[in-house]
Design a binder for this molecule. Structure first.
Ligand code: PLP
Length: 408
């Protein structure tokens, strides 16, 4: 068995901290949001991590998510759950990138087919460690699937609510992996309100994104992994499809921790938060110079994973984007679908629509000179394209008729 999953290792969590006020909270007890209603961040004794985990030791381990154990919150190896969270590959797309120096980090290879596995494997492991037995969550699809899979595996009961137009495949995979799943006539924040009400009544634990502290720690591994894969040199820019923003916030946190370990320098990638122009609250707030984003009304886009009208971590996304010298950018559905199609046809890589959004945004950034051709850029493809509807392929052949081979 993978040594990362069998060895008891010291853990280094010191406390949790409100991302808005800095107020301290005890580790090892159940937490939701902070007292002011904002996300809690996990803090570590990074000096002790540096002393206990020399970089060569980390580099000698199998390259999966659990190799980062010392920088993750789970205390007891017994509570680690895994479906095989591999290090996801960085894939060049020389033809569809439009000439630039681009790598796609293909998160579609993870268990349940999306990077939601990173967040949920951690949140479920911590729920197990903290004795939680019943979880509810709103989802646009992929998060619910990852929750269902990991929670069933450790015997935690799950109730999942999704918007009524959530893709059929997502609703079914959630049900198939053991959750009770309900379609709701509303958007993801309407589903979140139901989860919040049940949680307030003590019916279940609310595992909404950023409303518990550990999903962000799981998503943080994208930043850790990227640094290791690129020889501890971060790229010049990262394009991230931003819904709740957990991954962007998590990577930003990872870079800080790596710098404090002395494993990377002070240079940071410019972070581009990519949204669909039919649901772009972060872009609107970025352009208006605001610290918080108002709810986006009538949200619509083919990229369901980033159809999030309101994000509880809005200020953290905006802060990371601004501090990095990046931007929040919107792209339309036609550009998203075109990018998906061109990448599949020319480079053989089937992106999800959210991944297509990052490619569309990147090509626009190349065109306007926001990004130079020779800059190294990483785009996130966050789910396998196989989960999403594809254009029809209607050709049909009668094997009994005469076949015009020249026309095939
Ligand atoms: C959830 C999701 C996103 C958005 O991720 P956040 O970190 O919540 O912003 C993007 N793409 C896909 C496919 C997703 O499932």
């Amino acid at each position: 068995m993978n040594a990362n999953l069998t060895t008891d290792r010291p853990t280094f969590v010191t406390h949790l901290e409100c991302s808005m006020t800095g107020e301290r909270y005890d580790a090892d007890t159940v937490h939701g949001l902070s007292r002011v209603g904002r996300p809690l961040l996990v803090r570590y004794d990074l000096d002790a991590v540096r002393a206990n985990l020399p970089r060569p030791m980390l580099e000698a381990r199998p390259t999966d998510l659990w190799r980062w154990r010392e920088l993750l919150p789970v205390r007891r190896t017994d509570n680690v759950v895994s479906l095989g969270e591999i290090e996801t590959p960085l894939i060049p797309i020389p033809k569809s990138a439009g000439g630039g120096n681009v790598l796609i980090k293909d998160e579609g290879r993870l268990p349940t087919g999306s990077f939601k596995a990173r967040g949920l494997v951690m949140a479920v492991a911590m729920a197990k460690e903290l004795g939680i037995t019943r979880i509810a969550m709103p989802t646009n699809g992929n998060a619910g699937a990852a929750l269902a899979a990991y929670a069933s595996r450790v015997g935690i009961e799950t109730i999942v609510f999704c918007p009524e137009d959530t893709p059929e495949v997502n609703v079914r995979e959630i049900a198939m992996q053991g959750a009770r799943v309900y379609r709701v006539n509303g958007l993801i924040d309407d589903c979140g309100a139901i989860v919040g009400k049940g949680a307030a009544e003590g019916r279940w634990f609310d595992l909404s994104t950023l409303k518990e502290p550990y999903r962000i720690e799981g998503k943080k591994t994208m930043g850790l992994e990227l640094a290791a894969q690129l020889g501890w040199q971060l790229p010049d820019a990262i394009f991230y499809p931003t819904g709740g923003g957990t991954g962007l916030i998590g990577m930003w946190k990872a870079f800080d921790e790596l710098e404090r370990l002395g494993w990377i320098g002070a240079k940071r990638p410019r972070m581009y938060a990519v949204q669909a122009s039919g649901c772009a609250p972060i872009v609107r707030a970025f352009e208006a110079g605001e610290d918080h984003a108002e709810r986006w009304e009538d949200a619509h886009t083919v990229a369901a994973g980033i159809r999030v009208p309101r994000a509880v971590g809005d200020f953290l996304i905006l802060r990371a984007v601004r501090d990095s010298g990046g931007k929040a950018v919107g792209v339309g559905d036609p550009a998203i679908l075109k990018a998906v199609e061109e990448c599949a046809r020319a480079d053989g890589l089937l992106l999800c629509p959210e991944g297509g959004a990052t490619l569309a945004a990147y090509r626009e950034a190349l065109r306007t000179g926001e990004v130079d051709e020779d800059e190294r850029v990483v785009l996130f493809n966050c789910a396998t394209g196989l989960k999403y509807p594809m254009p029809e392929a209607p050709n049909w052949l009668d094997r009994h008729g005469s076949i015009d081979f020249d026309a095939l």
